[in-house]
Structures are given as structure tokens and as C-alpha cells.
Design a protein around this ligand. Structure first.
Ligand code: HEC
Length: 109
């Protein structure tokens, strides 16, 4: 009985923060390496000078997560971003969003 209660408590402890908390910005920074060529994060040179891409620094967490899920599902259509989002798991999306919201709009020139 006690063992069973401990298992339930342990599961609750692990399950809850994963749902409630934001992603991990440090892991997100590694994922964002592929995004940086286009989205022009600090110290990265934009490889497409004539290509207009949205700034991600300064955007809200919920918006970035929502946009990436919409590209992944095809609800929002853009060939390049659909291809990018298709490679991301839910955890990747939350981690990369946590990284981009840690930047300010000025960082993301
Ligand atoms: C090859 C260039 C390229 C790469 C690489 C790229 N993006 Fe994008 N991204 C774009 C373009 C162009 C748009 C605008 C698309 C549109 O009009 O919907 C965009 C849009 C977005 C948006 C929506 C922003 C808004 O203001 O609505 C998000 C969020 C985003 N990208 C995240 C990422 C992430 C995260 C990665 C890396 C996993 C990534 N992108 C990699 C070019 C790129």
C-alpha cells in the first residue's frame, strides 16, 4: 500500500512540472543553431541577405510554440518552415521557444 502511494506520488512529481513548466532554453539554444542562419540571432550572419524572415527575439512563448505547431500540422503554410517544424518534437518546440524568448528584439537584429 505504502509502496503504491509512493509510486503515485513520484509519478505526480515528475509529470506535473513537465506539463506546467516552459522548455529548457539551453537545450533550445542547440536546436536553434539550424534556425540561426535565417532568423539572424546574435553573432550569426544572416545567410540570406535578401530574404526577409521574422524576428523571433521579443516574441511571446505561446506565439512561437503555436506557430511551430501550426507549421508542423500544415495549418500554417510555408514550405521552408513546414520542413523545419517537421523535424521538431513537442519538447524541441518548447525548448527552442524558451531559447528565443530569452532574447530581446534588439538581440535578434
Ligand atoms: C531557410 C530559412 C529558415 C530557417 C532555417 C528557419 N526559418 Fe523560421 N521562418 C523563415 C521564414 C521565411 C518565415 C516566415 C514564414 C511565413 O511567412 O509564414 C519563418 C517563420 C518562423 C516563425 C513564425 C514567426 C512569426 O512571426 O510568425 C517561427 C516561430 C519560426 N520561423 C521558427 C523557426 C525555428 C524554431 C527554426 C529552427 C528549427 C526556424 N524557424 C528555421 C525562415 C526560416
Amino acid at each position: 500500500m505504502l509502496k503504491r502511494m509512493l509510486v503515485v506520488a513520484a509519478v505526480a512529481l515528475f509529470a506535473l512540472p513537465a506539463q506546467a513548466e516552459r522548455g529548457d532554453p539551453e537545450r533550445g539554444a542547440e536546436i536553434a543553431y539550424t534556425c540561426s542562419g535565417c532568423h539572424g540571432i546574435p553573432h550569426h550572419v544572416n545567410v540570406y541577405p535578401t530574404y526577409r524572415v521574422p524576428k523571433l527575439g521579443g516574441q511571446s512563448y505561446g506565439y512561437i510554440v503555436h506557430s511551430l505547431k501550426a507549421y508542423r500540422s500544415g495549418e500554417r503554410r510555408h514550405a521552408t518552415m513546414e520542413a523545419q517544424a517537421n523535424t521538431l518534437s513537442d519538447r524541441d518546440i518548447h525548448d527552442v521557444a524558451a531559447y528565443f524568448v530569452s532574447l530581446t528584439a534588439e538581440d535578434n537584429e
